[in-house]
Design a protein around this ligand. Sequence first.
Ligand code: SAM
Length: 282
Amino acid sequence: MPLGFIVLSHYQARPLLEARRAGQSIARTSLDLNRSHCDVTLDAGGITLPDGRRIAWPIIEQIAASESGCYRIGDGAEKIQTYSQATGRTYSLYPTPLAPTMLISGLPMHRIKDTDPYRDTLAKIKAASLTRGRVLDTCTGLGYTAIEAAKIADEVITIELDPAAQEIAQLNPWSQPLFDEPKITRIIGDSYDEVRRFADAHFSRVIHDPPAFALAGELYSADFYAELFRVLKPGGRLFHYIGDLDSASGSRTARGVVERLKRAGFQQVTPRPEAFGVVAHK
Ligand SMILES: C[S@@+](CC[C@H](N)C(=O)[O-])C[C@H]1O[C@@H](n2cnc3c(N)ncnc32)[C@H](O)[C@@H]1O
């Protein structure tokens, strides 16, 4: 087991209940939202983990009944959710069969329809055609883009506005490399302000994965794009996530984004529908 803490969702809890119904004494499960797997033993009271810890059936039943929560196991099961004083928003971890997404006031921060948060991340990384060098990741979230970027780039600087979002990432097994990978530098602050602190041509790539326009309009503004242009090296690229370019709201947002990116100096601003965004060159 790679983790000191255990996180379960209904994707683990329901098969455990089925194993009990089937009379099994051993079941294969995951204690970290399907990042890794192990065998647990089943008895009348609950399950016993490889390190001897126990989880009682009523806790597993509680988790199995929740469609939308991930639960940290301590004495009981605590839903991974927090309210941010800073932004007045609620953050929670929302399960999928593999990596979870984060909900901000009920809105998922990754694509989960017809894909999953990690495939969504890999599409962004591919569209940004990462190379070695320094990458700016403007919006940390659960850190998936920063983690994947660090597998290719020499250095990744990632910025998160809300400490509450980072609290959720800390409790997400899939986000742990965000805190362990030495190539990643985390900044808590507003990207709109923080980006002004970097020197001209500091980054070879920028990945801009903001919340929806309605939640963070300033991250779609012409003056912010001008700063992203300034901090990119000549020859550098920006990937800007927008949303489904084929939807009415996505195509409307994309039109404004493309126009303002061009005004900021970007060239070859190209739709990348498979990654739900655009790529722009300096
Ligand atoms: C779509 S999520 C990013 C997902 C991320 N790429 C990942 O891999 O998990 C957007 C994140 O941006 C954060 N955010 C919102 N406004 C911000 C700002 N002005 N500066 C930095 N981060 C911001 C939100 O709190 C949220 O965590």
